[in-house]
Design a protein around this ligand. Structure first.
Ligand SMILES: Cc1cc2nc3c(=O)[nH]c(=O)nc-3n(C[C@H](O)[C@H](O)[C@H](O)COP(=O)(O)OP(=O)(O)OC[C@H]3O[C@@H](n4cnc5c(N)ncnc54)[C@H](O)[C@@H]3O)c2cc1C
Length: 385
């Protein structure tokens, strides 16, 4: 197969990129399973923290509000948005835009010179592409802090992204390590799915049950479509201030609708604690020690420890020749103002773009700005103007 543009990944970033490429008349192939991470690695019953204004359409037509209107609903009827509602919106968006991803995995990606890439699929196809946008999202970047990996016996723990089906924990005593929204939401869902008890341990004090305010993020990200250098041109101090503000909303607060679901006898919070040891008993139970001299017995540990960009964990890089040629900084790809790497025609978006474009690029608010900026460069690359 040959294409002007191969988009690798069919989550929110890849689908919006595909829709924008179609709008611009660019020939493309989008590879990946539509919304696979949301379907397989986020639990049923999960609610989004973002609201209806974070839609996928760079043309502002197939918005979440317009989808709701087809159902005779308004945002207040749908918020907080459930994972299932969001998936139904994205399915509608795909239908509106006629975006039909090729449900394959790219196993290997090779750079064959300026604007020449060869991608190998798990079905044995080879896709020759002049440009490639990588939008593979979070899964490859699940973060297991070394201090936990060193202490926890093999097989005793899972990352939240591998515990989307809570029924597997029915009747079990679970310990969640982490102190952010996902730790609290997984605790509520485990409890509701019949876990016999849930403990949540984190080093800091427990976050407050207060609604996060993301309203200030929208204009910053939307304006970057015309001023893509805004974040990179801030001083380090200013960048830190922006990241701290996002951190404060996202990580120091837990949504208030979780409070009644958490404040229960069989959910116990362990603020300001660190794990110091974990012994697997002959019964298979885990004897866990904290630095406040307490011990608890649990059956399974769940790490709500987030995601961290490590490009070498993307399998199609390990198998291909790109990584040795790619310019990186702190483990992130170095991107120009149009998300392009030092290899002409190779673009990254989503979480790996966070260092150059700001921490918002781990969230769906950024899908439209990203698609618009990449689209402008693609048009230049393809000499369409
Ligand atoms: C628990 C949790 C809650 C969140 N809540 C929110 C929220 O409320 N609001 C918000 O804006 N964001 C939220 N996020 C962040 C959100 O998940 C990301 O912003 C978004 O999913 C990133 O989209 P993406 O398109 O980059 O990738 P993903 O959605 O991760 O999709 C990855 C895509 O890549 C494909 N893929 C992977 N490997 C290959 C390969 N080798 N070949 C081909 N295709 C491949 C997959 O099939 C899939 O289609 C949350 C994240 C988590 C973990």
């Amino acid at each position: 197969m040959k294409t002007d543009l191969l988009i690798i990944g069919a989550g929110p970033f890849g689908l919006t990129m595909a829709s924008h490429a179609k709008h611009l008349g660019i020939d493309f192939i989008i590879a990946g399973k539509a919304m696979e991470f949301w379907k397989n690695n986020m639990p049923q019953g999960m609610y989004l923290r973002s609201a209806c204004d974070w839609h996928l359409d760079s043309e502002n037509k197939s918005t979440i509000e317009n989808y709701l209107a087809t159902l005779n609903l308004v945002p207040a009827d749908a918020e907080p948005i459930s994972r299932d509602f969001y998936l139904s919106y994205v399915e509608w968006f795909q239908q509106q835009k006629k975006i039909d991803p090729l449900p394959v995995y790219i196993n290997r990606l090779d750079y064959a010179g300026d604007h020449h890439f060869n991608a190998y699929t798990n079905r044995g196809e080879i896709i020759a592409a002049d440009n490639v946008v990588i939008a593979v999202g979070f899964k490859y970047f699940m973060h297991i802090p070394p201090e936990f990996e060193n202490i926890l016996p093999a097989g005793s723990f899972s990352h939240t992204c591998d515990v989307a089906d809570m029924t597997a924990m029915r009747g079990k005593r679970c310990l969640i390590l982490g102190g952010r929204q996902s730790a609290f939401e997984w605790a509520a869902l485990l409890n509701e799915a019949g876990a016999s008890s849930v403990h949540i341990s984190h080093r800091h004090k427990s976050p407050s049950f207060t609604a996060a305010d993301w309203s200030w993020v929208n204009s910053l990200v939307d304006n970057m479509a015309d001023n893509p250098g805004w974040f990179r041109n801030l001083s380090q101090e200013e960048k830190d201030a922006v990241s701290d503000k996002l951190w404060a909303e996202g990580r120091l607060k837990v949504e208030p609708w979780l409070e009644p679901r958490i404040m229960k006898d069989d959910i116990k919070l362990w603020p300001r604690t660190s794990l110091t040891a974990c012994e697997k008993l002959t019964t298979g139970e885990l004897n866990v020690s904290f630095d406040n001299d307490t011990k608890i017995i649990v059956d399974h540990i769940i790490l709500a420890t987030g995601y961290k960009v490590i490009l070498s964990q993307i399998p199609f890089f390990t198998n291909g020749n790109i990584l040795s040629e790619l310019a990186t900084n702190n483990g992130f790809p170095v991107l120009d103002e149009h998300f392009q790497t030092n290899l002409p025609g190779l673009f990254f978006t989503s979480m790996p773009a966070g260092q150059d474009f700001g921490p918002f690029f781990g969230f769906t608010i950024s899908v439209r700005t990203s698609a618009k900026l990449i689209g402008k460069e693609l048009i230049r690359n393809l000499k369409m103007v």
